[in-house]
Design a protein around this ligand. Structure first.
Ligand SMILES: Cc1cc2nc3c(=O)[nH]c(=O)nc-3n(C[C@H](O)[C@H](O)[C@H](O)COP(=O)(O)OP(=O)(O)OC[C@H]3O[C@@H](n4cnc5c(N)ncnc54)[C@H](O)[C@@H]3O)c2cc1C
Length: 456
């Protein structure tokens, strides 16, 4: 092990790390990816429980995003199944979003809900006209300062105080931006809609996320190595340049020399490995302000019959105004291979009332169980059982996001150490988030390594 030499060491085998590793190998760089868990993928992986394939994080890949683009480039195309239908669950009623012109349709549904309520209480409702929305999207991209610090909730209150409509927007906000509608400025919402098309073009991994990530792993192994069960302990820095990484591989530590380091473990963790003394005060201050890891609970439910979208629709259900749950996906409607034959698997995720403060896991569990009874009232009769309730606090190493999604929250990929780069969802380019942002960051990091001739 002491004689091993690599051009690039990638720390962490999440989406960003595996894309970076595969792209580095395609550039001809001898590359090592080290991953502390037994399998690659991080928040885009799968663990098997009772024959069910449970996702460790993201269910969706954007068809028009950077993951398919990079997989094609490196020759590791994923097995994907479209999951395009969207339903809103509002007070026990489901509203289907048509496949076309979704933004307009969303506001039509909201106007309908608000108008029904206004009729009941005999008040007037101010329509949210699509024209105004499109103008706001334009402003968000071209003149963001005009929208200032107005939150999504404040913006929506200009048109309606209907709590169901606010519930829909909150579910969209936590699902896409990792923050509540009352926490994050509306500019980020419009920016995301303009750049990433919301939920409009998403696929699931047909055989689970791990099967797809192993395809990227195979590309890395063709020109380097992937070590699982191996933790990076230290990035060795000498006069502003990294010279290697200390790695604990199954209990034995060794120093692995390299010419560039790509870190996929989050900005704070990169700083911890290299030592604060290697970073500028500005960089550390930026990190303290911008990094906002979002807590999340992921619920995996097995059943004898489908628990939601019983028509077999390949889609997701966004939940308005529940205590915690914001969306549920009947995964086996689209991808039957995720469960043993004849069984069903439903995925749901839940966010606490604040994304900034630590949570009480027991309270989260209680509230999530109440929500399951409310949203899926006959889940027990349909043979439902909870396979896993994965409650991740703000200090969990695989949070929903390492920061909120929006141009103001991201850090640069480059660090004050000239040959150390971060990839992952803390360093996405403006308007790109989640797996797509991680893949894009990987592409840019390897481009920079090439352009700066760090590997000769
Ligand atoms: C519930 C949930 C739902 C989501 N939904 C979506 C969605 O639908 N679509 C979407 O695009 N995104 C979604 N996301 C976000 C998406 O999952 C993440 O943005 C993305 O997967 C993060 O990838 P990453 O490159 O940052 O790496 P990570 O997934 O954070 O992986 C980092 C890896 O580094 C490893 N590691 C850490 N420390 C060390 C060390 N010292 N040495 C070696 N290895 C180490 C970890 O074990 C981990 O495997 C969701 C996330 C969650 C949690």
């Amino acid at each position: 092990m002491v004689d091993l030499k690599y051009d690039v060491v990638v720390i962490g085998g999440g989406m960003g790390g595996m894309c970076a590793g595969a792209l580095a190998v395609k550039e001809g760089y001898r590359t090592l990816v080290v991953e502390k868990r037994p399998m690659v993928g991080g928040r885009f992986s799968t663990e098997t429980v009772d024959g069910f394939r449970l996702m460790t994080g993201a269910p969706f890949i954007h068809q028009s995003g950077w993951v398919p683009r990079i997989c094609k480039e490196v020759g590791a195309e994923f097995d994907r199944t479209p999951c395009l239908e969207v339903f809103y669950w509002v007070n026990g009623q489901e509203y289907k979003l048509p496949l076309q012109h979704r933004m307009n349709a969303l506001f039509e549904i909201c106007n309908r809900i608000a108008a029904n309520k206004a009729r009941l209480v005999g008040s007037m409702v101010k329509e949210i006209a699509s024209r105004k929305i499109m103008a706001s999207i334009h402003t968000a991209v071209s003149e963001p300062e005009k929208l200032g610090s107005t939150t999504i909730k404040e913006w929506l209150l200009r048109y309606t105080d209907n709590e169901d409509v606010h519930g829909i927007f909150d579910a969209i906000s936590v699902g896409m931006l990792m923050a509540h509608s009352y926490e994050i400025p509306v500019y980020n919402f419009f920016h995301f809609m303009a750049t990433q098309k919301g939920f409009n073009d998403v696929d699931l991994s047909t055989f689970g996320n791990l099967a797809n990530m192993e395809k990227l792993s195979a590309v890395v192994k063709a020109g380097g190595d992937v070590w699982t069960n191996s933790s990076a302990r230290k990035i060795i820095v000498h006069k502003g340049t990294a010279t290697g990484v200390v790695i604990d591989r199954e209990g034995r530590e060794a120093e692995i020399p390299c010419k560039a380091v790509v870190s996929n473990i989050g900005v704070r963790e990169t700083v911890a490995l290299a030592g604060e003394e290697s970073f500028t005060e500005e960089y550390l201050a930026d990190m303290r302000v911008k990094m906002r890891p979002a807590p999340i609970t992921i619920i995996h439910i097995a059943s004898e019959q489908p628990l939601c979208l019983p028509g077999g629709e390949a889609g997701a259900m966004l939940v308005a105004n529940a205590r915690r749950i914001t969306d549920a996906i009947p995964l086996t409607n689209s991808c039957p291979a995720m469960a043993p034959k004849g069984q069903h698997l439903t995925w749901a995720c839940a966010t606490p009332p604040s994304t900034l403060f630590p949570i009480d896991p027991e309270e989260e569990e209680r509230q999530c169980l109440k929500d399951i009874d409310m949203i899926l009232p006959d889940w027990r009769r349909k043979g439902g059982r909870i396979l896993k309730m994965d409650i991740r606090n703000i200090d969990h190493d695989l949070p929903e996001g390492r920061t909120w999604l929006g141009p103001a929250y991201n850090m640069p990929r480059e660090t004050p150490i000239r040959n150390v780069f971060n990839v992952g969802d803390a360093v996405c380019s403006p308007g790109i988030g989640g797996t797509s942002g991680c893949a894009e960051a990987a592409k840019r990091a390897i481009e920079t390594i090439k352009k700066q001739r760090l590997v000769k």
